[in-house]
Write a protein of this length. Structure first.
Length: 275
């Protein structure tokens, strides 16, 4: 099974077609997942997702079909909806079914309470999956076979890089770093643009400069074999303008401390969602 062969994943049932579920679905379809083997279960998907479903021949249902035997079930609903959604999916489970949950804070144990001892992978992707540049981390329960784990790896690899952990407790930290991480970067663009405007730039130009800078730096990081610290040093001339700024960002009250607090807050909230 190769990372480009998604045909083994159907019938695939996606439960929840919001931001994250929709991003993954868009990535899968763009990389060859057969649309006629996909069932999207969502009572009210966003308008753009409704159009996507129609354009690619996917089957949209408001509840799980009665006679379907799913190969993969992807749970992409909000954690608060789990208790109301899971009971309506139990009839889809077969020995060959693997359940993939991408809901923050919901443990494998909480899913086993509803579905019993079936193959379950808890995964945390992120929204760059929509453009094939995501990063996903998975952890599998003991009922998951090597073949089922490989199948999930194929799905996750279709939308970006994949990492696996053996300790489910680490998923809270994963959620805080990479799951929520794109929002931190987007806010950095907002903050850099605001700082540029405060320095006298016209607001629109400041926004364009900030966005292009983050886009370019991310692409350089993606393509370069160098460590981030080396790339940073390559931009920094001794006693220059970048060095002056980094004295602020790398000081005692700088970015590392703020990011540590932010990641800690996100991980703590992930644990709270688990109940």
């Amino acid at each position: 099974m190769t990372a480009s062969d998604l045909s083994h994943a159907v019938p695939l049932v996606l439960v929840g077609a919001g931001k994250m579920g929709g991003a993954m679905l868009s990535g899968w379809i763009g990389r060859g997942l057969p649309g006629n083997g996909v069932f999207v279960i969502d009572p009210a998907p966003p308008a753009e997702m409704t159009a996507f479903i129609a354009a690619h021949g996917l089957r949209h249902k408001t509840e799980a079909p009665a006679s379907l035997a799913a190969k993969v079930i992807v749970l992409a609903v909000k954690p608060q909806m789990f208790d109301s959604v899971l009971p309506g999916l139990t009839h889809l489970i077969r020995p060959e079914t693997v359940v993939v949950s991408i809901a923050a804070g919901k443990t494998i144990g909480s899913i086993e309470e509803e579905f019993g001892q079936c193959a379950i992978v808890r995964a945390m992707p992120n929204t760059p999956a929509q453009v094939g540049r995501g990063i996903s981390v998975g952890v599998a329960n003991s009922a998951t076979t090597d073949a089922q784990r490989a199948l999930v790896d194929v799905l996750l690899a279709a939308v970006g890089r994949v990492e696996w952990v053996d300790d489910e407790a680490l998923i809270d930290a994963v959620t805080a770093v990479s799951g929520s991480g794109p929002a931190y970067v987007f806010h950095m663009v907002e903050a850099l643009a605001a700082a540029g405007a405060a320095a006298g730039l016209e607001a629109g130009m400041a926004a364009r400069l900030a966005r292009a800078t983050i886009e370019g730096a991310g692409e350089l990081l993606y393509q370069s074999p160098l460590e981030p610290a080396v790339l940073r040093q390559n931009v920094t001339s001794p006693k220059g303008t970048t060095a002056a700024a980094l004295e602020v960002l790398m000081g005692d009250d700088g970015l590392t401390g703020l990011m540590t607090m932010a990641v800690d807050a996100a991980a703590r909230r992930s644990r709270e969602l688990a109940g």
